[in-house]
Design a protein around this ligand. Structure first.
Ligand SMILES: Cc1ncc(COP(=O)(O)O)c(C=O)c1O
Length: 484
């Protein structure tokens, strides 16, 4: 098994990043009856190697640039293996003393890197979506002046709660509103400015209007590193608005929060310490394998106020500054996530992690410069982070004066969507997309620990080759003026 892991990393550069396979083919290859008796491990391993791994998208591949690359470093992978072997449940201090103590240690380290108070309440959770939900649940309970835990949020006297976030916020905020029962209609999408950052003046207006109409603000969610383009909302002015109206500020820094440690961004990013709660995702930026997300709340006791509920069988005694992590979220049984963070942070050190983040930023700068110099590509929006949004706008189409701007825009959107499909089918690069005000863009997200400048240069050449080929086919298939 260890040699399989080794082989995975040794050959990762030489295998396709993805091999498109028809879903039915894949299902047929894996279909099997429930095994009645145990099988030999070598067969299980062989099937994993032959039938499962080739059907995966290789997230550790240096040319995986889709979404936010959650690449795994070797110390993280090995720690995860040890964690599985130990099979510790970190629900109570008494069930996992060293795991709980270690969770406190790594939470302090991560808080320091994120520039959040190290004495804030915190815990490791399964992903930023759930962290956002937990923070907003605690915020909801603070926003209402009755005992929500006891009474629930039903009844004629319960005010309608509203969550404010930018029109660029991650969908998990809306999912939190669905789960909390506050409703999608009460997620107020505050417009963003030309750089896709939330406009604090419009946030202020929205809250004032709602207060006058009898709505109750639940929280404001600011994003540091938005999903589509990697924008960062202005935290200082947003915090001022929140303070003015007494509203909880949650900072979703899932992607951008830990880039603060990169030397080239020193001083360029606002501190998230103004947030009542914060989420950062070491699984997105610190080379820690899925899943590892840190949720913090500097309103001490607020998470426990919402989630602490101890049935008799879980009652335990506490000495000194110990507590049970089950008190800070709805989750009881919890894996020992702290070990992989401890191994990764100790293996690289803060400076080692910082220089790797800087390396991704340099590679992204190179790509932005190359695209900006190219007559057929544009970078409609920049980012502090290594996320490059590219749009292929070939002159031959954009300068065609037979068509309106809108029709050209539609055709260019279609061409870019087609390039994405072709790129991901090629097995050489993996990208994802976003639709922003400038239209359909290809998101080229750099952050894999194994990606070198050479990899990015090769990926850029390949992207150009595929884009040119798709353009030629697009223009030849039907007259593109009809397509538009
Ligand atoms: C800004 C932001 N918040 C939250 C999330 C959700 O993260 P997770 O996949 O860890 O639930 C994402 C995912 O990309 C994101 O970009």
């Amino acid at each position: 098994m260890i040699s399989l892991i080794r082989e995975h990393f040794e050959t990762i550069r030489d295998v396709p990043v993805a091999v498109p396979q028809h879903p039915q083919e894949l299902k047929d290859a894996l279909r099997a009856d429930l095994p009645e008796t145990g099988e030999h491990f070598s067969r299980i391993l062989a099937d994993t190697r032959e039938k499962v791994i080739p059907g995966l998208v290789q997230w550790n591949h240096p040319s995986f640039h889709g979404y936010f690359p959650t690449s795994a470093s070797l110390p993280g992978v090995l720690a995860e293996t040890v964690t599985a072997a130990l099979n510790v449940n970190s629900m109570l201090w008494q069930t996992s003393p060293a795991a709980s103590a270690l969770e406190q240690v790594v939470l302090r380290w991560v808080a320091r890197m994120a520039d959040y108070p190290e004495d804030a309440d915190g815990l490791l959770v399964t992903g930023a979506s759930l962290a956002n939900l937990y923070a907003l649940t605690a915020a909801r309970d603070q926003a209402l002046d009755f005992d929500v835990r006891e009474q629930g949020i039903a009844g004629p006297d319960v005010p309608t709660l509203r969550i404010y976030t930018s029109d660029q916020a991650h969908s998990s905020i809306e999912k939190a509103a669905i789960t909390l029962g506050t409703g999608l209609a009460n997620v107020i999408r505050v417009p963003s400015d030309e750089l896709y950052r939330m406009r604090p003046d419009l946030l202020d207006e929205a809250i004032r209007r709602d207060l006058a109409a009898g709505f109750r603000p639940l929280a404001v969610v600011a994003t540091v590193g938005t999903t589509a383009v990697g924008a960062a909302d202005p935290l200082g002015p947003i915090a001022d608005v929140c303070a003015r109206h007494g509203v909880w500020l949650h900072v979703d820094a899932a992607y951008g929060g830990l880039y603060r440690i990169a030397p080239s961004l020193a001083g360029a990013l606002e501190s998230p310490a103004v947030g009542d709660s914060l989420v950062v995702n070491p699984q997105k930026s610190l080379f820690v394998p899925l899943d590892a997300t840190a949720l913090y709340c500097r309103r001490r006791g607020a998470l426990a106020n919402t989630f602490r509920l101890v049935p008799e069988y879980l009652r335990s005694t506490h000495e000194g500054d110990t507590y049970d992590f089950m008190d800070l979220s709805p989750q009881l049984g919890r894996g020992f996530r702290a070990l992989k963070l401890w191994w990764v942070i100790r293996s690289f050190g803060r400076s080692g992690l910082a220089s790797r983040l800087d390396h991704s930023l340099e590679n992204a700068d190179w790509l932005r410069r190359s695209a900006s110099r190219h007559p057929d590509w544009s970078c409609p929006v920049s980012s502090d982070y290594p996320l490059v949004c590219l749009r292929y706008e070939p002159e031959v189409m954009c300068s065609d004066d037979r068509l309106s701007k809108v029709r050209i825009q539609e055709a260019v959107d279609e061409l870019n969507a087609r390039i994405l499909r072709a790129v991901n089918a090629s097995g050489t690069i993996f990208l994802s997309h976003a639709v922003i005000r400038d239209g359909y863009v290809l998101r080229f997200s750099i952050g894999n620990i194994r990606t070198s400048l050479g990899d990015v240069e090769r990926a850029w050449d390949e992207l150009n080759r595929i884009a040119k080929r798709e353009l030629a086919e697009f223009l030849s298939e039907k007259t593109w003026t009809e397509t538009a």
